[in-house]
Design a protein around this ligand. Structure first.
Ligand code: AP5
Length: 190
């Protein structure tokens, strides 16, 4: 099994690159953002609770997302591996993921961190808000999401660095150029 964390700030291209990775490597994508948006859309109790945080650009509480990921791992026992997209986003989530995977004897192989300048992130997300209408893509909420990233999520990179699992990839340029760098990293860790 090959387990990959695709790490980076809001708008760094995690979702875009996950689609390419799935196609080439047949991994299963677990995007906590997508799972939460589906819960919100279906107005489940979990979705209604999560919406309060997502609408403000705040992180949803750890226990909610850890529980979601745990269920998804159990639902997919016989896969080639997982791409974790948008998870873990706190050190507590990273520790919980390590524990879940250790129990299954399939640890994280590599963490790819996409590096994108803040101005570029804002530009991408404002543009996406205009074309796709995603409700958390307006300037005020984008700024909150970036603040949450610096306060709670960037320490996750240090966590994986200390375990020698972090590889940084320049996340600006064309989608194909960035994917080529990601594929090189995956190939050297397979
Ligand atoms: P989530 O959906 O994970 O949002 P995010 O991290 O803010 O990431 P995005 O989906 O906005 O960006 P991305 O990096 O995937 O970039 P994308 O490929 O779309 O989370 C949303 C909310 O859910 C959070 O705020 C939180 O409340 C909650 N949540 C989720 N996970 C959680 C967790 N683990 N714990 C707690 N709460 C959680 O690209 C962005 C745009 O840029 C697109 O329009 C794309 O077309 C464009 N683009 C991509 N690549 C390029 C490129 N190379 N050049 C130009 N444009 C590009």
């Amino acid at each position: 099994m090959f387990n990959l964390v695709l790490f980076g700030p809001p708008g760094s291209g995690k979702g875009t690159q996950s689609a390419n990775i799935i196609e080439k490597y047949q991994l299963v994508q677990l995007s906590t953002g997508d799972i939460l948006r589906s819960e919100v859309k279906n107005e489940t109790p979990l979705g209604l609770e999560a919406k309060k945080f997502m609408d403000q650009g705040m992180l949803v509480p750890d226990e909610v997302v850890i529980g979601m990921i745990s269920s998804k791992l159990d639902e997919n026992p016989d896969v080639k591996g997982f791409i974790f997209d948008g998870f873990p986003r706190t050190v507590a989530q990273a520790e919980a993921l390590d524990n879940l995977l250790e129990f299954k004897k399939n640890p994280i192989n590599v963490v790819i961190s996409l590096l994108v300048a803040e101005e570029e992130l804002k530009k991408r997300l404002v543009h996406r808000g205009e074309v796709s209408g995603r409700s958390d893509d307006n300037e005020e909420i984008i700024m909150n999401r970036i603040k949450e990233y610096h306060a709670k999520t960037s320490p996750v990179a240090d966590y994986y660095q200390s375990k020698n699992k972090l590889v940084e990839v320049h996340g600006e340029g064309t989608v194909d150029e960035i994917f080529a760098a990601i594929a090189t990293t995956i190939d050297s860790n397979l």
